[in-house]
Each structure stands twice: as C-alpha cells, then as structure tokens.
Write a protein that binds this ligand. Structure first.
Ligand SMILES: [Zn+2]
Length: 415
C-alpha cells in the first residue's frame, strides 16, 4: 500500500521551518519527504490532496490515562470491569480521533485495562494510539490513589491505585503487573493537593520501596514513571533511576540541579491540565474558592519551575491527566495551548515537545514524532497553521487526515 500526500506544508517535528511539499508513504513508513512540487505518483499509489493544510507528525500523549472515565474517583472505583473495558476502548478511539497516534500510559485504574487494549489495538481490532501499557499506580497507605476507607471491605485491593507498603509488597505488585504484560510501572512518590493524606510537598514512599520497584523493573525491562510533586520525591526518583518524572512542581535548586545532571535520560511531564482547570473551577465539581486558590498557587510555582527546567535543557513534555470530570477525554490538545499561553513556550517548541520528544519518550527516537524518510507513518494533515494558532489542534474537524502506521484512520472528505 502506498500513499502520496500532496499539496501540504510540511512541519516535520524537528524544528525545521515548514515548507511546501509532499510526502510519500510506503507500507507503514515514510519513504520520501519532497520539498516543492509533488512528483508524478508511482503506479498504484493513492494520492491524498492535503488541501494546502499542514502535514505534521501524529501527536504523542506523554501522560495518558485511557482507562479513566471522566468520573470522580469514588464512581470510577465502582465501575465493573465489563463497562470499564468498553469505556477504555471508546477512549482509545477518541484519542486517535484527536490526532494522538502514540500514548505513554501513566496508569490504568484496573490491572489489565491497558494491556488488553494494547493487544487489541496492535491486532488492528480496535482503533487507538500506539500504547505503552501501564497498570494501576502503585502507592503506599494514605498516598495518592489510596481510595480505600476502613469500613468498606476492599482494603489493599487495586481500586484507583494499588496500595502496597514495604519493599516486599511493592516487589510483589510489580512482578504481578509484569506477569500481566505491562510495559511500564507508575509509582506515586509524593502526595497531592487535596486527594491524598499526604500533601504535594510530602513524600510518603520510601527509598527502600522505590529501590524494590526498580529492581523488578530492571529485571523485567519495564519503564518507570513516577508522580513526584515534592522536591524530595524528584531527588528520590533520580537516585533510583526513574526515567519519567511527572509534575516536579516543587523542585528546589538541588532537585533542579539533579534533573539537569540527568537530562540525557529523564523526561519531565508537568501535567498541569488538572492544576490549571481546577484553578479556574470555583463553584464547579464542588471546588471551593479556597481550593481554587490553592491550585492557583500551585500553578504559579509550577510555571516558575518549568521555566527553570527549560533553562537547564531538561526535556519537558506536554500531556497529562486527561480523563477526570474537569479534564475530560477529547480535550488532550488543550495541554498544547497551556504550554504556549501559560508556560510561555513558542508554538514551535510546544510542537517539538509533543512530537519529536514524545518519540524519544516512546523509546523510538527518529522513528516516531518526526516526518523524515524512514520514520513510521504516523501523520496528520491539519486545516490551518498550528504555529500561528495552536488552538486549531483542539478542533477535531480541523484534522483533515489522520494516519497511523501507514493506515488511514481518517481520510480527507471528498470534495
Ligand atoms: Zn496522572
């Protein structure tokens, strides 16, 4: 199967300025990126008229929760597995419909949701992004995601997160998830604002617990991501070789220095979607003025931290925490807007982070997140110019074409 996509401006994800041209796809890979007028199509190639739109790499979500159901956690944990799997399958399609062709999972609310979804996507039986599958977030008693209450009987079962205390219990959970086929693990090192018995600047998980998880991860070849809002949690994650650090809101100079020293191997995802949306949400979802103000303060600190991370050359990726009532599925590209409007990234730097750096996060540098010969054919054609208007990526109707692995998920409408 070969495709020739003509009449586009190519925004290749590398940082190069866009240029008029065409792209030829053979099978599931980009065969040729052509600047200037398109050549005569080879026999058998399907020609796709890009209508003068922007051709760019598919977007990459660095902190996906495909299994979240846009529900408050009390309702989420009550979802039976049958309904939950179907919702997860629908969310995967939504993600691809939004132009996200790859996703690094930051946790699934039930142990096998991501793993089963990934298997179905790879077999071509359901639509969805390329997925690095995760299991439930691993937390300690009282940590983020421990939704247990003493009077109900599900203590220490995987509900939202999996509660485990001490190295032996942590090792067991990690081995169990490895057995079920996850690609990555998620550890909740720090607390959180208002949803954990420990606050954002506290670090309930211990060195011995993180070390135990890393031992299993190394043995099983698993990637490890961690929820780290506190400075101590960032340092702890780095000490043990955790590669993906989410949030890092309160990273102090010592933690920022450590991140800089590890910048060749770590990624930071600030995942500010929740923080921003709740800072604006007084009166909705039960958010009081006091709580909205607390999120506003967290946002202010985070904006500063991200600026300092960028000065130090640390890879900062958009994406995060979509799937809650206040960050519903389908609004993923809002994070790109946040990068530009709140974090002060240029649209070009935002798009590089959402594509090329995302490809590095997926473990396929040069193959994912770039439009170059030999790369995998995960491509979008956008009606409009995301460099002039980053918000255009929030409009599904503006996505004229969505291609994943050389196959059209969405073909341009006939005119
Ligand atoms: Zn998350």
């Amino acid at each position: 199967m070969s495709h020739l996509i003509t009449n586009v401006r190519v925004l290749d994800g590398t940082g190069r300025a866009p240029f008029a041209g065409a792209v030829r796809v053979e099978g599931n890979r980009i065969a040729e990126v052509i600047a200037g007028a398109a050549p005569t199509p080879a026999g058998g190639a399907t020609v796709i008229d890009g209508g003068g739109g922007t051709l760019m790499p598919g977007l990459i979500e660095s902190h996906a929760h495909i299994g979240l159901a846009d529900l408050p956690s009390a309702e989420l944990t009550r979802l039976p597995v049958e309904e939950h799997m179907l919702i997860t399958v629908r969310n995967a399609k939504t993600m691809l419909d939004c132009g996200y062709t790859s996703a690094f999972s930051a946790g699934a609310p039930k142990p096998r949701l991501d793993v089963v979804l990934k298997r179905e996507i790879e077999a071509g039986r359901v639509p969805g992004p390329r997925l690095l599958a995760n299991g439930p977030e691993i937390t300690v008693t009282g940590g983020l995601g421990d939704t247990n209450v003493l009077h109900l009987p599900h203590y220490e079962t995987p509900t939202f997160a999996w509660v485990a205390d001490g190295p032996d219990a942590i090792r067991r959970v990690c081995r169990l998830l490895a057995r079920e086929g996850v690609d990555c693990l998620k550890l909740n090192l720090s607390g959180d604002l208002g949803t954990s018995a420990w606050d954002s600047e506290q670090t309930p998980m211990t060195d011995a617990e993180v070390a135990a998880a890393m031992e299993v991860a190394r043995a099983g070849g698993l990637r490890v991501a961690a929820h780290c809002r506190s400075s101590e949690s960032v340092l702890m994650a780095l000490r043990h070789g955790v590669e993906v650090i989410y949030h890092a809101n309160y990273a102090d100079t010592r933690a920022l220095d450590a991140l800089e020293a590890a910048r060749e191997r770590v990624f930071v995802g600030p995942a500010l979607g929740i923080t921003y949306n709740l800072s604006q949400a007084e009166g909705r979802w039960g958010v009081t003025r006091e709580r909205a103000e607390a999120f506003e303060r967290e946002l202010e600190v985070s904006v500063e931290t991200v600026a300092r991370l960028r000065q130090r050359g640390v890879r900062v990726l958009p994406g995060g925490d979509y799937g809650f009532p206040f960050t519903p599925h389908g609004t993923y590209a809002r994070d790109l807007w946040l990068f530009v409007k709140i974090l002060g990234f240029s649209p070009m730097d935002t798009l590089i982070a959402a594509t090329r750096l995302g490809g590095e996060l997926m473990g396929r540098p040069g193959e994912l997140g770039v439009v170059t010969a030999g790369a995998l054919a995960d491509l979008l054609v956008v009606d409009g110019d995301p460099l002039a208007n980053i918000e255009v990526l929030q409009d599904r109707d503006a996505l004229r074409m969505i291609m994943k692995d050389g196959a059209l998920h969405k073909a341009p409408a006939a005119r």
